[in-house]
Unconditional design. Structure first.
Length: 451
């Protein structure tokens, strides 16, 4: 903090995140005190969002040559990548920056850097997805994340088969809607330019070479292609292709279930895809799982919507199981069976003698044993905590009783004893919650614990 350029930053205007624009921004005033004690002010526009959205808003000379390669490399590793950009406000040119529109705030920016986040995957997700697929269910991912990040996760959890190459629906010659803030999120978006064409892009991970294939929606061409490739798309590419082939009546809508990954999806876009699957597959039912506010519309649209309110942060990931089992063990001993979900998933995919359902049942049994071991460790911990806490409180109680006795307040002695019982009860409850939260067993929205 001592080396910081500014001593204080005050956000004076905020443009909230927009799924259409894939970014948010603020106008802030930065303050500093010079060596002479004088106050200095500088105004900045700060923007964060998807790398592809912010790139078009930056001054070209500020964009490093490694910009695209770097964020794509991070995304291919499953990281969520945010780009940071800024511009310093010249008050002599723009004396009232707070009166400027959002488009001004988010223009003429300079590249500030990338932030990459890792969102760990539940340890049993791959086994569950394999079990669903092997039982003749179609599984797709609808996400607001970047395409490459989504693909990495889809492969990890077996939504995309590692035995099939991946083909991405790509728009060639399109004007990027992110620069104008008019990204469409519905099936009735305006028609695309006749100069725009659509192709399938196939990326060879071994050679790093991209090839293209012609795009066609007639005669169930997309569905047939889905048998040979893991099909991927963004919402913009899907809508662009649908509008170019008939709009609302495009055959592409009837083949939406052939796609394994829908990336950069808006809340409305997720619901539209589910509605398309329902309308064109009368004998099918859609089950949707979602864990965020952006999933509410899709959860309502699905025949069955399941809101996931547990397992936040690293709860129930392989790493979390290892850490919590180690911590829960008495005297440093590990408790339960540590995250064999990944190996079970691998066996389910490569060993014909082990089905995903068998692996799932095996994992459930191991998790049950782990929970039993955890409860045993928790009981031992709480017993030790109660003994120590009660011992510590006895000193306080004796002092209080002594004071009451010297004052002749004999009835007050009973009050002390009664209050002490409540203190021990409350302490036990708080420690139990703390212990369970530490090991991923509790979720309290107010305190960030897990339930």
């Amino acid at each position: 903090a001592s080396s910081a350029i500014y001593s204080g930053v005050q956000v004076l205007q905020r443009h909230h995140f927009s799924s259409k624009l894939q970014r948010m921004s603020v106008v802030c005033k930065c303050e500093n005190t010079t060596k002479n004690g004088a106050k200095e002010e500088s105004w900045y526009c700060l923007v964060k969002g998807s790398p592809e959205a912010l790139k078009h808003l930056m001054v070209p000379s500020s964009i490093p040559t490694w910009y695209t390669q770097s964020y794509e490399s991070l995304a291919r590793r499953g990281l969520r990548v945010l780009a940071l950009a800024y511009k310093k406000v010249d008050l002599s040119v723009t004396p009232r920056p707070l009166d400027q529109p959002r488009s001004w705030v988010e223009s003429g920016l300079h590249f500030g850097g990338f932030i990459a986040f890792e969102c760990k995957i539940r340890a049993d997700s791959g086994v569950v997805m394999s079990a669903l697929i092997q039982s003749d269910h179609k599984v797709s991912m609808l996400t607001g994340d970047a395409l490459l990040t989504s693909l990495h996760v889809a492969k990890k959890v077996n939504i995309c088969s590692d035995k099939l190459p991946c083909a991405t629906l790509t728009v060639v010659g399109a004007v990027d809607p992110l620069t104008s803030g008019t990204a469409s999120t519905s099936s009735n978006a305006s028609s695309v330019s006749t100069s725009v064409i659509h192709v399938w892009t196939v990326y060879d991970e071994k050679t790093g070479v991209e090839t293209t294939m012609p795009f066609d929606v007639q005669n169930e061409a997309v569905t047939k292609l889905g048998l040979k490739y893991n099909l991927l798309t963004t919402e913009e590419a899907f809508l662009s292709a649908a509008n170019a082939t008939g709009g609302k009546t495009s055959p592409l809508w009837a083949q939406a279930d052939a796609f394994k990954v829908f990336a950069r999806m808006s809340p409305q876009g997720k619901a539209n895809i589910i509605r398309a699957i329902q309308d064109n597959n009368k004998d099918s039912h859609v089950f949707m799982c979602g864990d965020g506010g952006n999933d509410v519309g899709a959860l309502k649209q699905a025949d069955i919507g399941l809101a996931l309110l547990a397992g936040h942060a690293n709860a129930n990931t392989t790493e979390d199981i290892v850490n919590s089992d180690t911590a829960a063990g008495a005297k440093g001993q590990k408790v339960g069976l540590i995250g064999d979900a990944e190996s079970s998933t691998s066996n389910a995919n490569t060993n014909t003698d082990v089905s995903a359902e068998d692996a799932l049942n095996s994992h459930a049994k191991k998790m049950s044993l782990r929970n039993e071991a955890f409860n045993k460790a928790r009981t031992a911990h709480m017993k030790a905590f109660q003994a120590q806490f009660t011992k510590d409180q006895q000193v306080i109680v004796q002092e209080e009783i002594k004071k009451k006795t010297e004052a002749g307040d004999f009835m007050g002695m009973f009050t002390v004893m009664k209050n002490q019982a409540n203190v021990i009860k409350m302490a036990m409850q708080e420690e139990n919650q703390r212990y369970m939260a530490m090991h991923g067993q509790v979720w309290d929205p107010k305190k960030g614990w897990r339930r």
